[in-house]
Design a protein around this ligand. Sequence first.
Ligand SMILES: Cc1cc2nc3c(=O)[nH]c(=O)nc-3n(C[C@H](O)[C@H](O)[C@H](O)COP(=O)(O)O)c2cc1C
Length: 155
Amino acid sequence: MDLSQFRQALGSFATGICLVTVTDETLGPLAMTVNSFSSVSLEPALVLWSIQDTSDHLQTYTECPHFGISILSEEQAALSSHYAQRGGHAALEEHFIVGPSGEPQLIDAHVHFTCATHATYPGGDHQIILGEVLDMTLRDASPLIFYGGGYRGLS
Ligand SMILES: Cc1cc2nc3c(=O)[nH]c(=O)nc-3n(C[C@H](O)[C@H](O)[C@H](O)COP(=O)(O)O)c2cc1C
């Protein structure tokens, strides 16, 4: 199978964009842009995302007891680019409040989930992280959409 065609096919699946957040004891509050978020289970309430094995913050995210998932609103595309930069994952005070488990919670996010790490599984060149949702904040906004390598709104 041709790898670039595979990438292109995966990019043709429209997703939302999230910031996965954590407060690391040493590094402080962190945020990383991801589109691998997915729902898993209603009872118990489980969601997942996956992190590249090469990430500088692999250990932080696979070993933390709690983390946050903020789903971006349509007007927050600039934050997606900002928190996707290598070495650019320090969560800036102007973008976040402190969430229920101490994790950064994005201001004006479409949805914010507070999660307890439930399980971590190897998945090829990624680790799949399953989180149990402990708390959530839902705002009546329009989500940001990622499709074909670009950002869009629902309209
Ligand atoms: C739209 C978009 C989606 C992304 N989704 C993921 C993802 O699901 N998992 C992941 O590990 N990195 C994802 N990334 C890459 C990270 O945001 C970040 O660029 C990468 O982790 C940088 O490496 P570092 O963690 O070593 O700083 C995505 C980036 C973009 C722009």
